[in-house]
Design a protein around this ligand. Structure first.
Ligand SMILES: [Zn+2]
Length: 268
């Protein structure tokens, strides 16, 4: 909103100009963090290997040591690197990374070549949203009921419009999560969705016919919820999330037609 403060002079000393980058040191650090996180996740810096030293990173990004230190501290908070006194900064093993951090999750999803993380997101969504649908079945108030009915009527008219369908689909699921009174589960799903829906493979290549099938499942979820049947709502929700992924998962269409399950599909 205001011009960059004088601290930017600190950043302009280097000969490496990165004009598209923000000039505020804090935002510069964020940009450096994004770049380094992406390189770590891509395997450019392997687990256990040292991160390049401050002078190298200063030169590469054209920023000050202060900015690099701030960025490395942020990477440490994400559990991507470990800073040890006297031993420098080393890259942590993948199993240590904080995948619920948006920067880490975004980078992991971007490099999810075998769809392993997207499959796991589907597993988690199926389990958590199934449990939330069960709770919601006995907690719906009039606002939730009207909201779900209204959204379903709109989804019925949006199956030939991917963008509109996706927006309405997310809203439909969110009303159910909200009604469940499970704020932590809802926040976890929102975190996962924020990165997943930015991924081309996660959106996949669903056809209008695929969306119509998914919407039949929405109606089954709605019917179970309106009947106050938690078990049926949970089953319908879990099934919907898995089946709809099977229909759009890249390379999985042939498998889906044979009725097989994706890797790590939750029990159903
Ligand atoms: Zn849906």
């Amino acid at each position: 909103m205001t011009a960059a403060p004088s601290a930017s002079a600190d950043e302009s000393a280097s000969g490496t100009n990165l004009p598209r980058w923000p000039r505020r040191p804090q935002r510069l650090a964020t940009a450096v963090v994004g770049d380094l996180a992406d390189r770590i996740v891509a395997g450019e810096y392997a687990a256990g290997s040292p991160l390049p030293g401050e002078p190298v990173l200063c030169e590469r990004f054209g920023v000050s040591r202060i900015t690099i230190r701030e960025a490395v501290k942020a990477l440490e908070a994400m559990r991507l690197v470990e800073i040890r006194q006297g031993a420098g900064t080393t890259v942590r093993a993948r199993e240590d990374w904080n995948l619920l951090d948006q920067t880490v999750l975004g980078a992991v999803v971007a490099h999810d070549d075998d769809l392993g993380i997207l499959d796991e997101i589907i597993t988690l969504r199926s389990q958590l949203e199934g449990a939330m649908a069960s709770r919601a079945a006995t907690r719906l108030d009039e606002g939730h009921r009207a909201g779900l009915a209204g959204l379903l009527a709109q989804i019925d008219t949006a199956t030939d419009d991917l963008d509109r369908y996706l927006d309405l689909d997310v809203a439909f699921h969110d009303v159910i999560m909200s009604a469940s009174g499970s704020p932590l589960s809802r926040a976890i799903i929102a975190t996962l969705n924020t990165q997943a829906f930015g991924s081309g493979p996660y959106i996949g290549t669903p056809t209008t016919a695929d969306r119509k099938k998914s919407n039949v499942e929405h109606h089954a979820i709605f019917t179970a919820l309106m009947a106050g049947d938690g078990d049926a709502a949970s089953r319908a929700m879990s099934e919907h999330i898995c089946q709809s992924w099977l229909r759009r998962r890249p390379g999985e269409q042939a498998t889906a037609q044979r009725g097989k399950s994706p890797r790590e599909r939750p029990g159903s």
